[in-house]
Design a binder for this molecule. Structure first.
Ligand code: ME8
Length: 788
């Protein structure tokens, strides 16, 4: 990626599937995009930042069916759940595209026609495996797991239009090898190159087995393959497909994209298929595709289908409680709409909801960028987040700002003093301040002020002279800024301005001016450098430094080409407030509890099922309004979570007392009067999702006498379930039966296989033979129907 050439910068995130709500994995890529967009805007680039939602295809069609609502209504609801956290976090995207919008549909059809007119499309039949989770045609045996995501594939045999991908092998190799198409990081580039060198086969680009998609022009029985549909968003959002003069101008202004940010698992679609489609349609290619690694949680990729996610709301709600009051009123930062309630403080002198959200968002931004080298996988943990917050933000940047500005307020009446010239404090003073271990002693080379000046200036130049940002090594960018913070901190400790302030010697007054000016100027430069990463905190510091609105400063170019001496003596500081108050252990406990409450087996599975029908309002209801009610809500919600968890455990134990293996695969009701320890309300029962399923495959598992491996069809999806009924049923007598499955039970692994769901069975007493709940032959009930 080059920052030097264009003065326009068009960057995109993936458009996210609307089959479930967003989590911090989605926030990661979107935050990176926001940081870069802010960086390019402050450089003066004509920046366009695009995000959105991917709303067509089989996965969404099925999720809507499972939710029992029409797909359009479903996608409207879930798409809003992506907009909402982005809005709360003040992300500055310029457009949010939805693939169900007319502007997108017309562009996709135009692209299809352009590829067809160029002779790269033909009709054939696809027979093979399809992974609904990845929406990908995969080259494995029918029914085998998808090599990417490990979900079971399904077998398709349908008439499809094919794209002559095979003709683009050499052109794509040439483009990547010559770095005309840049792929970052290098490891991914190499993987893509070896994939392409292995040979490209023609690709299906339409589906006849589903309805929820954009029709192929002239062939209404085909819908366009969802990846061709989705990738085209990058162009349709900037006008492709429209004849309106302003759209034509917009397309000419922004296309091609300068940077597609993606997660590494979708590299093949972006680095191979997308360039091939564009080459076929004779359109310019994006310049750079850069992939972040995966956020791992509990040792595997955080993902919707696994359910091991951390919610963005937990971070915002919990860290938001630390937000200090903002003297002098709200810091207006975000381009999005905020309600009057969010903009108003709940009590005089307390922060508004908007300020709490933006404050907490900064902490997540910093953590993700600093903790994980871009391009690599990284573990996410709430504990590490709290530790880093305290070490770097509270004790580091926040403490440096507070102690400097408080000293300026106390000993210089909040006016930035003029440093005596020349800046040679140490020479005048003759002191011997110590350098930190491994750093040069100040006395070895410069006076203390001069030393700080050179270091801070060096980092400012390094940042702004475009060496580090374009490599996307955000952890190094931040690490360098923290080096400058450390130097400035050490300088204050060595030159002890608090002692100088007490001295009555006139010479000490000059020294104090110099120390305070040096520290304040260093903070100004550090703050300008930090703005893209911490937009809210730096806005607060900028105002406290008496420099006004940081957004205006970014627009007017004041945050680039930073030079020492920009802070004018005589500047009057703004009202002071803490920047990052320390977090105590309670915060971690609160967040852990918030996540546990929804990650107990039933609550968690329920949340997954919930994903089908969330609304923005539901989100707001679960997110907590202020510090007071928040604590109360945590206390109330925790017993509920425990009840749900113990209910799940109890039923497992009761159903399979003698067969431990069976615990994951069978949910047996007792004929004898059960000794129920817990009374549940109807709302608890409603959390358990029971659906009609048909057994397609039943087979024994080697070396597991009690277990059978079943594949069941729920109508909207197929599942693998391991069940402890091998002693009671032969595989043959099970195939074809219509049974009842608990579908929202969290998946678990046994014998190296995943079991996702449980069968419902009755048994007489603790040791009776389980009898599967089954529907009669003549009872008409569609697969997937819910039992209530
Ligand atoms: O793939 N770690 O949508 P999606 C890091 N609709 N990044 C993560 C992540 C994690 N654990 N989880 C999600 C799709 N992401 C398609 C894209 S684009 C034309 C179509 C981020 O909802 C990351 O950017 O599955 C990843 O590529 C994206 O979310 C996947 O989102």
């Amino acid at each position: 990626m080059s920052e030097a050439a264009p003065n326009k910068f068009f960057l995109t995130t993936p458009i996210y599937y609307v089959n479930a709500r967003p989590h911090i994995g989605h926030a990661y890529t979107t935050i990176v995009a926001d940081v870069l967009a802010r960086r390019h805007r402050l450089l003066g680039d004509d920046t366009f930042f695009l995000t959105g939602t991917d709303e067509h295809g089989q996965k969404i069609e099925r999720s809507a069916a499972a939710a029992g609502i029409p797909p359009q209504q479903f996608t409207d609801q879930v798409s809003a759940t992506f907009r909402e956290p982005w809005r709360r976090m003040g992300l500055t995207f310029d457009d949010f595209i939805r693939t169900t919008e007319p502007r997108h549909k017309q562009g996709v059809q135009k692209l299809f026609r352009a590829i067809e007119d160029a002779g790269y499309i033909y009709l054939d039949t696809y027979t093979g495996a399809y992974c609904v989770s990845d929406e990908a045609f995969v080259d494995v045996a029918p029914g085998a797991p998808c090599p990417e995501c490990c979900n079971l594939t399904e077998t398709l045999s349908e008439s499809n239009f094919y794209f002559k991908l095979s003709e683009f092998q050499q052109p794509i190799l040439d483009l990547i090898e010559s770095n005309t198409l840049v792929i970052q990081p290098e490891t991914l580039r190499n993987e893509v190159l070896s994939f392409v060198r292995g040979g490209l086969r023609d690709l299906s680009i339409s589906r006849t087995g589903i309805k929820w998609g954009i029709p192929v022009p002239g062939h209404p029985d085909h819908v366009i393959y969802v990846w061709l549909d989705a990738l085209a968003n990058y162009m349709t959002a900037v006008g492709y497909g429209s004849d309106a003069p302003e759209d034509i101008a917009k397309f000419a202004r922004y296309w091609p994209a300068d940077l597609h940010l993606i997660g590494k698992e979708i590299a093949r679609f972006h680095c191979v298929y997308w360039p091939a489609f564009l080459l076929a349609a004779k359109l310019p290619l994006p310049r750079t595709i850069a992939a972040n690694g995966w956020l791992l949680f509990q040792d595997s990729k955080m993902s919707k289908s696994k359910g091991n996610v951390v919610r963005i709301e937990t971070i915002l709600d919990a860290f938001g409680t630390l937000c200090p009051p903002v003297p002098g009123g709200s810091i207006g930062l975000q381009p999005h709409e905020w309600s009057a309630e969010e903009k108003g403080a709940s009590a005089p002198g307390s922060p508004t909801k908007q300020e709490q959200d933006l404050f907490a968002s900064d902490i997540l931004r910093y953590f993700l960028l600093r903790e994980i080298p871009f391009g690599q996988d990284g573990n996410f943990s709430l504990e590490a987040m709290v530790t880093r917050y305290n070490a770097d933000l509270a004790n580091g940047y926040g403490n440096l700002v507070s102690r400097t500005l408080n000293m300026l307020a106390q000993s210089r009446n909040s006016i930035v003093p003029a440093p005596p010239l020349p800046l040679l404090l140490e020479g005048v003073w003759g002191g011997q301040p110590r350098g930190a271990e491994g750093e040069p002693s100040y006395s070895q080379s410069f006076g203390g002020s001069e030393h700080v000046r050179l270091i801070v200036e060096a980092f400012a130049v390094e940042q702004t002279n475009q060496k580090l940002w374009p490599t996307l090594d955000f952890n190094l960018v931040a690490g360098n800024i923290w080096y400058a913070i450390g130097i400035t901190d050490g300088y204050l400790s060595n030159f002890t301005p608090w002692r100088l302030a007490k001295s009555t010697e006139p010479v000490d007054s000059g020294k104090l001016d110099e120390v305070l000016y040096t520290a304040a100027e260093s903070i100004r430069i550090i703050t300008a450098l930090l703005y893209p990463i911490l937009p809210y905190a730096t806005a607060s510091v900028w105002r406290q430094l008496g420099l006004g609105d940081i957004e205006l400063a970014a627009k007017s170019g004041e945050l680039k080409n930073l030079q020492w001496g920009g802070l004018q003596p005589g500047t009057k500081l703004g009202p002071l407030s803490p920047i990052f108050p320390r977090a105590d252990k309670k915060l971690l406990e609160i967040m852990t509890q918030m996540e546990q409450d929804r990650n107990t087996p039933i609550a968690h599975a329920n949340a997954q099922a919930d994903a089908a029908t969330p609304t923005a309002t539901e989100f707001r209801e679960t997110s907590l309004a202020s510090a007071g009610p928040r604590t109360a809500t945590f206390a109330q919600s925790s017993p509920g979570g425990q009840v749900a968890a113990s209910a799940a455990n109890t039923t497992e134990r009761e159903g399979t007392p003698a067969h431990t293996e069976a615990a994951s695969g069978i949910f047996a009701a007792q004929a004898a009067v059960p000794q129920t320890s817990v009374q549940i309300g109807i709302e608890d029962f409603a959390k358990i999702e029971l659906r009609v399923a048909k057994i397609l495959v039943a087979e024994r598992i080697p070396k597991a006498d009690k277990l059978l491996r079943l594949e069941v069809d729920l109508g909207y999806e197929k599942r693998q379930i391991l069940s402890g009924i091998a002693e009671f049923y032969t595989p043959e007598e099970l195939i074809g039966r219509r049974i009842v499955v608990i579908t929202n039970l969290a998946p678990r692994r046994m014998r190296g296989l995943e079991s996702h769901g449980m069968l419902l069975a009755a048994s007489d007493g603790d040791h009776g033979k389980p009898v599967l709940a089954t529907f009669g032959e003549n009872e008409e009930i569609p697969l997937g129907s819910r039992l209530k």
